[in-house]
Design a protein around this ligand. Structure first.
Ligand code: ADP
Ligand code: MG
Ligand code: MG
Length: 204
């Protein structure tokens, strides 16, 4: 069963862009608490660029759409999150090269993205970063509930809340150490919007 077509992948990027734009201030406020306050701007600008690029281009495959998004994010977003999301989408693209996307290879693509974020950011689960949410999604896709997308959303939401109780050990937030306690990680929130957008596209 194909779960993601070229057209749906473009819609995925559009749905992400809408969420980043709508929640720009929230993401900025989260980053003001434990970072430099640019995460909302970074995400909204990055995904605006992605959508502009994608709207003007014809694609033959899901992998090509993801590659385009990856290159744009890496090029246009300053800060840690641009190259990290760029790597995630690039690894997904590479995993899906010449393939129609089904449940099995989508899982493999998320595993590849997760490995990419880990490689690039040197992050582990539980360090209060975007990695935590991608890890949760990978876990979910490996579980028996794999078709219950609402459950995946709930698992991500729980992970976001879990970051509140973590001390950051990666990225800018790590400079604040214990002072990051009580605050949600901004990148875990933007990653949540990425997967909420995915579910909005594939569940209809
Ligand atoms: P910057 O910190 O450079 O200003 P952003 O504010 O756009 O970049 O993104 C910050 C987010 O990036 C953090 O909330 C965290 O989720 C993620 N992040 C930062 N460093 C790392 C890392 N080494 N590994 C994984 N994720 C990271
Ligand atoms: Mg920042
Ligand atoms: Mg910054």
């Amino acid at each position: 069963m194909i779960i993601l077509t070229v057209e749906q992948t473009k819609q995925w990027m559009q749905e992400i862009q809408k969420r980043m734009e709508a929640n720009k201030e929230q993401l900025t406020a989260l980053d003001q608490a434990i970072g430099d306050g640019d995460h909302g701007i970074n995400m909204a600008r990055g995904f605006n660029e992605v959508v502009n690029k994608i709207d003007d281009t014809e694609y033959d495959s899901v992998a090509d759409v993801l590659k385009s998004a990856a290159m744009t994010l890496t090029a246009k977003v300053g800060g840690a999150s641009g190259p990290l999301y760029g790597t995630a989408f690039l690894k997904m693209s590479m995993a899906l090269q010449d393939k129609e996307v089904n449940q099995q290879n989508f899982k493999e693509a998320i595993d590849a993205a997760l490995a990419g974020i880990k490689m690039r950011g040197n992050a582990e689960f539980g360090e209060k970063t975007m990695y935590d949410v991608w890890y949760q999604v990978a876990e979910f896709l490996a579980s028996e509930n794999v078709e219950d997308w609402e459950e995946m959303i709930e698992a991500c939401q729980a992970t976001i809340e879990d970051t509140r109780e973590m001390v950051a050990t990666k990225g800018r937030a790590s400079y604040l150490k214990e002072r990051t306690l009580g605050h949600v990680d901004p990148g875990s929130m933007s990653s949540f919007y990425i997967f909420e957008a995915l579910v909005a596209v594939i569940e209809v």
